[in-house]
Design a protein around this ligand. Structure first.
Ligand code: ADP
Length: 932
């Protein structure tokens, strides 16, 4: 293949032709074999030779390249400049460096270039030889590697910080900047000391100094963050060499350990808390192996941490409670907590203690339960407290069980042994100022007897500066936690006594006063003997509480005795009273009766009466009321009181019908005693014998009855004679005589009226006032009556208003008598205003017909509203005294109305007139039909 061999052209320099040709021939062939681009150029840089390697690398053929200026053809990029290269070549030294060339197709290639200059014998530059090796691939790789490296550095989780010899920042990665709380831009150009706490500066400088001396360093360090907080790092720093091999700075790699540090601190703090906690804190694995044991645990159980850690938890569990641990571990494995589990644990010395456990499972990061931590609290004290409270509750029961305080105190002393004391004694101050032992208790009864004996032999020295006399004097309790011999010596009366006291082996004692009504009247003494326990303030408080309850009980007992005494006195009085006194409870139950009541009831004694069930007061008699009618049982006063009446009274008689029984009359009065709930708890009934009074009354009634009968006959005759006389005198036209006769007749009428009132009264008394009942047209009856009364009155005007349209069942004449009575009273007691209004109405339901008689006269004070219906009652004011009458009209009227199943009442006040009301049941149509 024809080779285009570079021919010496119009070169400036003369060449040794032959030599050059020969040389050139084989050299050219050789150079074509080379892969590298070999270029020969003249001193003006025009291409003289262009081998195949150059053709292949750059794309230009030798033909195209020949004569071209190389750096123009290949757009050479020099490391410095073309001139610099030329200057170097001019020195005659080999130049070596990297160039960037642009190929024919425009691509760029990196070449590693070696160039040298050839000179002729005269030393003039002949040609420049240039060999360029394509390093584009290698460059590419390098660049990629660098990029990768950059990415790594930039995105590393470690902070990377490059500094120069002056500690100025040359490079810092984002992570480092972030760790410090800055942006990268804020850090470049700043020196390391700016990011270090002043106190840490010497340390930083020392490390950097060592790096600059060529050492690799690894250490913990802290920087100061932008926000002033510390940044804890693990630092690895290393020296950096420059191209010349000199140390130009240092590179640091920093790992943020702030969190780890914090966790370490937390861990330490937690451990410190656990260690210093007053609560016992123990942790263990799920197999029960103890893994931690704090100081409190050491104190509580007596094992040191070294002794306990690694041991099984059964170390402190009493043998009989081993099963409990299985239960606890099973719960923990299920992840459950155990709160305030009360149990017993064992100390190193084998003694037991009451504790309350709270156990929580310990979980690892993955949430698996790997063990348990338990907090134990000593509850010996609270258990003791609970026992004390139970004891106090029991004591309270004992104290309230009896009202005999000596018995009570003995029971109390027995109760205190052995819970509170080995010995318990109660002493009371006697009236003579000496101390009397009321109770003593010890577990062993022999010792009790012996102690009693001892006390008899050695009475208490009242002047002693301690013990019971001192407590009684000062009312301050005495606590002797440890009984020592000095105390025994001080207490002993004599040597023998001292010996006995020593033999007792007392270890601890306390004495508390029994303060009643502000005075120390006794003392409770508790003592421990043959026991390793000692009293503490807590025991004393309990004892004082017990004493205050006992004092209260004594006070109650005394109070009860006092009450008992006054009750006894009262009882004597009640039993001596002539009236019968009975106290009823609801349900007709008799609570109390005095002797007089028993006598009335026909019993030998009150006791006998009350023992009977049910005791009855009047069972011997058939009871009657004042009219001789049978007395209805439900009207008995005490039953009326239980039914709600504020007071009830009745005159009750015993019927004479029972053969052999003398007549008896009683005034029975009952009053309620209110219970706590407000209801009637009791009814106190007083039975006053009024037989004599009643007999006298009866006699009086009998006299009235007889007198009115006796009077009636002569008056009737007189009335008859006046009629005869009247006829006579009219015939003789003796007007004068007739006038006197008329006045006599009027007086006779009044006499007749008075007598018939008296007769009615006595009939009523003896129950002989008969009623002839029939339907009565009320309105018509009223009209007739009013007309009749009006006819006799010249002074007053009587008006009727309204109507009842009612038929009532009754005795027409008796009812008329009622209305006449009311109307005449209205006229009689209203001399000033001469009008009387009679109103006829029905009640709301229409079942009652109501007739009211209203006057505008003197009126009646409220105090007399009921009494005016009693017989012989007249309002006793001086004013009323002037009105004639017997005071029995209203009594009879009410009797009549009530026997007609009606009511009679008054509404009035003094000076404002009076209105009397008569209400009578209306006869219904069906009733009228029945009566037909
Ligand atoms: P007397 O025959 O005295 O009127 P009564 O039984 O009819 O007896 O009345 C009793 C007492 O009631 C009378 O004495 C009088 O004091 C009083 N009294 C009765 N009716 C009236 C009345 N309309 N106004 C004032 N007082 C009256």
């Amino acid at each position: 293949m024809e080779r285009s061999v570079p021919m010496p052209g119009e070169g400036k320099f003369a060449l040794d032709r032959q030599a050059y040709d020969d040389d050139t021939q084989w050299q050219a062939s050789l150079m074509d074999l080379a892969y590298d681009a070999i270029i020969v150029r003249d001193p003006q840089s025009r291409v003289l030779f262009w081998n195949r390697g150059a053709e292949q690398l750059y794309g230009y053929s030798a033909k195209e390249a020949m004569g071209q200026i190389t750096h123009e053809l290949l757009q050479t990029r020099f490391p410095e400049s073309g001139e610099a290269l030329d200057r170097h070549l001019a020195t005659g030294e080999l130049w070596q460096g990297e160039l960037v060339h642009t190929c024919k197709d425009g691509t760029q290639v990196f070449v590693e270039s070696r160039q040298t200059i050839r000179r002729n014998a005269r030393g003039e530059p002949l040609a420049i030889l240039e060999i360029n090796r394509d390093i584009t691939g290698r460059k590419q790789q390098e660049r990629e590697q660098l990029e990768r490296y950059h990415t790594i550095v930039r995105t590393a989780n470690e902070g990377i910080w490059l500094i120069d010899r002056e500690a100025q920042t040359l490079y810092i990665n984002e992570r480092m900047a972030a760790m410090l709380g800055y942006a990268v831009e804020e850090l470049v150009g700043h020196a390391v000391p700016e990011f270090v706490f002043p106190e840490d500066l010497p340390k930083a400088q020392e490390r950097i100094g060592r790096n600059l001396q060529g050492h690799f360093e690894q250490f913990d360090f802290r920087f100061r963050r932008k926000d002033g907080r510390p940044l804890e790092v693990l630092a690895c720093t290393t020296p950096i060499h420059d191209a010349t091999g000199r140390i130009g700075g240092a590179l640091g790699m920093f790992t943020d350990v702030t969190e780890r540090k914090q966790a370490e601190v937390d861990q330490l703090r937690l451990a410190a808390i656990v260690e210093s906690s007053d609560d016992t804190i123990v942790s263990k694995t799920l197999d029960g192996i103890i893994t931690s044991w704090n100081l409190a645990a050491e104190r509580m159980f007596g094992y040191s941490s070294q002794e306990a850690v690694g041991q099984h938890i059964t170390l402190i569990i009493p043998p009989e409670l081993r099963a409990e641990e299985e239960m606890i571990l099973a719960k923990l494995r299920r992840g459950e907590h155990i709160d305030h589990f009360e149990t017993v644990r064992m100390r190193k010395d084998g003694s037991r203690l009451d504790i309350s456990l709270s156990i929580s499972p310990i979980k690892n990061r993955a949430g698996h339960i790997i063990g348990a931590s338990k907090i134990a609290r000593d509850i010996t004290e609270s258990k003791r407290l609970r026992r004390d409270l139970e004891f106090l509750a029991d004591a309270s029961k004992v104290l309230s069980s009896s009202l005999d305080y000596k018995t009570t105190l003995q029971a109390l002393a027995r109760l205190a042994v052995p819970h509170v004391a080995d010995w318990c004694a109660v002493d009371m101050l006697g009236e003579d100022g000496t101390i009397e032992r009321v109770a003593i208790a010890h577990i062993d009864p022999h010792k009790v007897a012996w102690a009693e004996e001892l006390r008899k032999k050695n009475p208490v020295n009242m002047d002693a500066a301690h013990g019971i006399p001192q407590v009684l004097r000062t009312r301050v309790s005495e606590l002797v936690p440890f009984v020592n011999d000095d105390l025994l010596v001080a207490t002993a009366v004599d040597d023998e006594h001292l010996k006995v006291l020593r033999d007792l082996g007392l270890t601890s004692a306390m004495t508390v006063p029994l303060v009643i009504d502000g005075k120390a009247e006794g003392a409770l003494t508790f003592a421990l003997a043959e026991s390793s326990r000692h009293y503490t303030r807590a025991d004393l408080i309990m004892a004082e509480e017990l004493a205050s309850r006992a004092s209260l009980a004594i006070e109650n007992a005394r109070l009860y005795q006092t009450v008992q005494q006054s009750r006894d006195q009262l009882e004597i009085i009640l039993q001596g009273v002539a009236d019968g006194i009975v106290v009823y409870a609801p349900g007709n139950r008799m609570l109390y009766a005095n002797e007089a009541a028993a006598l009335i009831g026909g019993y030998h004694s009150a006791q006998q009466m009350l023992a009977e069930s049910p005791p009855v007061l009047f069972n011997r008699y058939e009871l009657i009321d004042e009219q001789g009618q049978s007395f209805p049982h439900d009207r008995l006063p005490h039953l009326r009181v239980f039914a709600g009446e504020p007071q009830a009274q009745a005159v009750i008689g015993s019927s004479e019908a029972l053969a052999g029984q003398p007549e008896h009359w009683w005034l029975v009065t009952s009053r309620p005693v209110a219970g706590e709930g407000g209801g009637v708890a009791m009814a106190v009934t007083i039975v006053h014998d009024m037989t004599e009074q009643m007999v006298a009354e009866r006699r009086k009634d009998a006299f009235i009855s007889m007198a009115s009968h006796e009077l009636k006959t002569p008056v009737t005759s007189l009335k008859g004679f006046t009629t005869i006389l009247q006829r006579r005198l009219s015939r003789q036209s003796d007007t004068q005589g007739l006038h006197y006769l008329a006045r006599m007749d009027a007086q006779l009428d009044r006499l007749t009226a008075l007598i018939s009132e008296l007769l009615d009264l006595s009939r009523m008394q003896s129950g002989k006032l008969a009623l002839h009942e029939e339907p009565v047209a009320l309105d018509a009856l009223i009209e007739e009556t009013v007309e009749m009364v009006q006819a006799a009155s010249v002074t007053h005007r009587l008006l009727i208003e309204g109507s009842t349209d009612a038929q009532v069942l009754g005795d027409q004449e008796r009812l008329r008598q009622v209305f006449v009575n009311l109307l005449t009273n209205a006229i009689k007691y209203s001399t000033q205003v001469e009008q009387v209004i009679v109103r006829l109405v029905r009640d709301e339901e229409g079942r009652q017909a109501i007739v009211s008689v209203q006057d505008f006269g003197i009126g009646i004070d409220k105090a007399h509203h009921e009494q005016i219906f009693e017989r012989f009652y007249q309002v006793g004011d001086a004013e009323e005294k002037t009105y004639p009458g017997l005071g029995i009209g209203l009594y009879i009227s009410r009797e009549i109305v009530e026997r007609h199943r009606g009511h009679l009442w008054v509404e009035s006040s003094k000076g404002n007139g009076a209105t009397f009301f008569v209400a009578l049941p209306v006869l219904s149509l069906s009733e009228q039909a029945d009566l037909g």
